[in-house]
Design a protein around this ligand. Sequence first.
Ligand code: CU
Length: 175
Amino acid sequence: MRIVIAAVTVFFMVACQQANVPASATPEDVPPTTGNATDAPSTIEIVAVDYRFDGLPEILSVGTSLSLRNEGTETHELVLLRVQEDTDIESFVQLTEEEMLQRAEMIGVLVAAPDETAEETITVSEAGLYLAVCFIPIGTVDEHEHEHEHEPSPSTESVQVQHYSVGMYASFSAG
Ligand SMILES: [Cu+2]
């Protein structure tokens, strides 16, 4: 019986050497996974009020997601644009909606009716300079009233003042 045990032991030792796995391998030897709790992707809730965004930091980490909660009395949206690094935001927001969309990369849109939270989130997956802007015309309380660019409504004839024109925008850097 002892011979058998010895033989089995030798067999395992040889097997381990052949597999090049240290016999002392334990979970501690497994390389640590990258990242830790502070690097974990997080979601920041942006609060839309009439007419500005609250809760948007000036700098955030790549991988952060944005959600939109509307605590205003009108429908609001958060259109996330990635703009050129050297963009002067104060000048940029003097442009029309169409001009802005031509000059920036559209990352995503969140829309929320009053007292609601947008169902989706937008993840900031690249470093750069971003602009969150609301193109909703003042007086809009139905989120379906406002459709980007297309389907002009009868009231398009009159000049509509959009929320960003009265200050509903915010820029941030992601890195
Ligand atoms: Cu708005």
